[in-house]
Design a protein around this ligand. Structure first.
Ligand code: DX5
Ligand code: ZN
Length: 222
């Protein structure tokens, strides 16, 4: 497993907005530009309306990657595919709270595969529902758009949720828990997100449409 860097914030470009016909070049370019993690969006056309990529393409990305793969599973019944995505190179496996009736078991299965476990919540899912799983996971992914597509507008309520989760994590002494935010993250809201307590910023369309990946990643950190 690749090591997840300690420093904060980490920038995780979402490859969903890259040019998949040039995936090797895009991976090289985004890593050279300063990406800390590569965020990979897996969608199944059931949990979310869109269909994206499966283990085969994650494996192709992995062959060119040096930074850890942060695999965001927007799929129903993720348990069936955890091992496939781990074999394909996922270092972090994030499942959706809404897709996992036996979340504790799913998290255990991720740990048994020797990967870091993340749990994501949709915009309408309250932070409080994570209370009984927080001690067992490495990462919470707060969705700041409804999952399914890149290029959507940031839902400002996500800021409050990050703040609430940071307070909850502090109360519990969970200093290692990473808080990641995904959807509509740009240079205009990255500072507020960090101030609210976000450790990992996912950004897709803003980075890949910027024309200068390195400059944009620097701006997100600032
Ligand atoms: C949305 C995905 C995101 C998406 C982010 O369902 O989970 O990772 O690629 O893209 P932007 O930054 O364009 O909102
Ligand atoms: Zn994502």
């Amino acid at each position: 497993m690749r090591h997840i860097p300690e420093q904060r914030p980490l920038i995780a470009p979402s490859l969903l907005s890259c040019d998949f016909s040039r995936i090797a070049e895009e991976v090289r370019a985004i890593e050279e530009a300063g990406a800390d993690l590569l965020h990979v969006d897996v969608m199944d056309g059931h949990f979310v309306p869109n269909i994206t990529i499966g283990p085969l393409i994650v494996d192709a990305i992995n062959r060119h990657a040096h930074t850890p793969l942060d695999v965001h599973l927007m799929i129903t019944d993720p348990d069936r595919y955890l091992s496939d995505f781990r074999k394909a190179g996922a270092d972090i496996l994030t499942v959706h709270w809404e897709a996992c009736p036996h979340l504790h078991r799913t998290v255990q299965a991720i740990h048994d595969l020797d990967a870091d476990a993340g749990v994501s919540i949709n915009p309408s899912t309250p932070v409080a529902l994570l209370k009984d799983i927080l001690d067992d996971i490495e990462l919470v992914l707060i969705m700041s758009v409804n999952p399914g597509f890149g290029g959507q507008r940031f839902i400002p309520q996500a800021l409050e949720k990050v703040n609430e989760l940071r307070l909850l994590a502090n109360e519990r002494g969970l200093t290692d828990l990473r808080i990641e935010v995904d959807g509509g993250v740009t240079r205009d809201n990255s500072k507020a997100l960090q101030q609210a307590g976000a450790d990992i910023l996912v950004s897709g369309s803003a980075i890949f449409r910027s024309g200068d990946y390195a400059e944009y990643i620097r701006a997100l950190r600032a």
